[in-house]
Design a protein around this ligand. Sequence first.
Ligand code: SF4
Length: 160
Amino acid sequence: MPQTQTSSSAAAGRFTKQDFRYDAATDSYRCPAGNVATRRMSTDEYRKTIHVYWSSACPSCPLRTNCTTGRYRRLRRWEHESVLDAMQTRLDERPNAMRVRRQTVEHTFGTLKAWMGYTHFLTRTLPRVATEMSLQVLANNMKRVMKILGVRPLMQAIMA
Ligand code: SF4
């Protein structure tokens, strides 16, 4: 999945988070003006730990109107955001990955959801849901093989 862009900054013509470079070694961001935004605080949001960064240079920055409507441009980073960064790097290296995904696995999930009537799993707790999902996938695979090979060759293959 590509990273989502939820900030209104781009629509307002201001710098987006993509304009800032994260440096894992120093746990800080380099901003478009070349200043360093360091980690200042952390908060818990929806059971996620979010680190917040800003630069002391913001109040006197000549680019501030391109960056923030406030006194400081604050950047928020999920504690495990490096996982998302790595995923985005892989996607950037394979620009057709989303197209391949749409052509290969997405229709399968659409079929499963249609079978379920676009509702929730019937079971609860992870092991039971995993079993329910496995049965759905098995049924889908069986139907696909029957469609491609036919029932008789499938039965012969199972018996062999
Ligand atoms: S406002 Fe702050 S974060 Fe934005 S470019 Fe200026 S110094 Fe960097």
